[in-house]
Design a protein. Structure first.
Ligand code: FE2
Length: 432
């Protein structure tokens, strides 16, 4: 089909995540104006995808950009536990500077763009009278806006009720432009205080018309049941589909009968879930001898209940996690393993958990591969979503609003073995 307009960009021979092959995507004024097989039109720029997977950008629904790239400052987490990580962050906080926060965050955003990760929801610690990290990340949000959507969550790391002044500081952060209300009920002093914090924070969100995203039940304690209160408050306050429970690791250890009652409540509240496979498998089960619990929340069961479930990166080189490179495919790869989501359909769900699902949770406008959506996307050196998770391939080309913002050379390996082919082919024909 010949389009009668001059395009800014024409992408051809692309495979899309839904399995359609040999597709063309036409871009004008930063948006897709046609997505069909065999499009032709004059275009200022063209990109031949050569049959590779072209997907909407990766989205990270859960991150801590105020802590990222601080690994080793002032020391390394020895026990590997959540609680030592929080203590370590407390040691680092007095030494943070505005410039260092901004530079580390911008550096991470560079990594993200190169990896095709173009939207991030980051929690930012508000337990600080100066709101230094908030100020820094608000500036970063503005700086990166042309190439990356950054959404900020007001996160009372030390407990909104437990930490003196935290509730006031959280409200101040919201006043100056932080987007989402956060919380950490399992870190409050008692179960009752945790539940009270959930109620208070959801009421603040309802009054201000904001979304909620709480660190919730990030513990192996099966009696940590703040997710129940979170879902109940979401329903009571009419916040359906606007509340996210992050981590929810206690659900891993809960009694099955209780979960059979909890999941329908979560579904009625349209509660969203963010699991963080890399971090959950690293931090949970630390008090166990053997067997050691994996600790990740019950992702397949939540999906079966109709919930939107995303996978987040949570941490990269910070007091809680020593690895990471802004690669959401690493996150999905770990998610496949920890949740044992190994069928073809389940692996595709894991790909959705780093693309479409988090986009829904963040409420990203214009996200997707449909006509009218923003012309954002990533070309991967892989043929489909499952192969992308298997190979963690180079991001050949990253596009934002129809413009190339990052490129990586294809991975090529050559063998020097007598009687064997010279070029490595990492693909296998897909068997029916
Ligand atoms: Fe987190």
């Amino acid at each position: 089909m010949l389009l009668p307009i001059m395009l800014d960009l024409l992408i051809t021979h692309a495979t899309l995540p839904d399995g359609r092959t040999d597709m063309s995507l036409a871009v004008r004024d930063g948006r897709y104006v046609a997505i069909e097989a065999g499009l032709a039109a004059p275009a200022a720029h063209t990109l031949d995808a050569q049959g590779h997977l072209f997907t909407s950008p990766f989205v990270d629904a859960h991150f801590h950009m105020d802590a990222t790239l601080s690994y080793g400052l002032p020391r390394v987490n020895q026990s590997g536990t959540l609680l030592e990580g929080i203590a370590l962050w407390g040691e680092l906080k007095p030494h943070l500077t505005f410039d260092a926060l901004v530079q580390r965050a911008l550096g991470y955003c560079d990594w993200a763009v190169a990896q095709g990760l173009l939207a991030i929801r980051t929690h930012v610690d508000v337990c600080d009278e100066r709101l230094l990290a908030v100020q820094a990340l608000l500036q970063v949000k503005k700086t990166v806006a042309p190439y990356l959507d950054l959404q900020l969550v007001a996160f009372p790391q030390d407990g909104v009720l437990r930490s003196p002044g935290a509730l006031h500081h959280l409200q101040r952060a919201l006043d100056i432009g932080v987007d989402v209300v956060g919380g950490i009920p399992h870190f409050e002093r008692t179960m009752a205080e945790g539940a009270a914090s959930v109620r208070t924070l959801c009421e603040i969100a309802a009054q201000r018309g904001l979304r909620v995203d709480m660190h919730c039940d990030e513990t192996d304690d099966p009696m940590s049941r703040h997710v129940e209160t979170l879902a109940f408050e979401a329903q009571r306050l009419g916040l359906h589909g606007r509340v996210t429970g992050s981590h929810l690791t206690s659900m891993h250890s809960m009694d099955n009968y209780y979960v059979s009652k909890l999941l329908p409540l979560m579904a009625e509240a349209q509660l969203h879930v963010v699991a963080n496979p890399l971090i959950n498998i690293t931090i949970q089960g630390r008090h166990d001898t053997y067997p050691k619990r994996r600790g990740m929340t019950r992702v397949p069961e939540q999906l079966a209940a109709g919930l939107t479930v995303a996978f987040g990166h949570d941490c990269v080189m910070d007091p809680w996690y020593s690895l990471g490179a802004a690669d959401m495919l690493q996150v999905a790869h770990m998610g496949v393993h920890v949740a044992q989501m190994t069928s073809q359909a389940a692996m595709r769900q894991c790909f959705d958990a780093i693309t479409t699902a988090p986009a829904r949770i963040l409420g990203l406008e214009g996200y997707g591969l449909q006509v009218g959506c923003h012309a954002d996307g990533v070309l991967l050196q892989a043929r489909d979503a499952v192969e992308a998770i298997r190979l963690l391939p180079p991001r050949l080309c990253v596009i934002r609003r129809g413009r190339v913002v990052a490129q990586t050379a294809p991975r090529v390996a050559h063998l020097q073995l007598a009687g064997r082919p010279n070029a490595i082919d990492w693909t296998l024909p897909i068997q029916a």
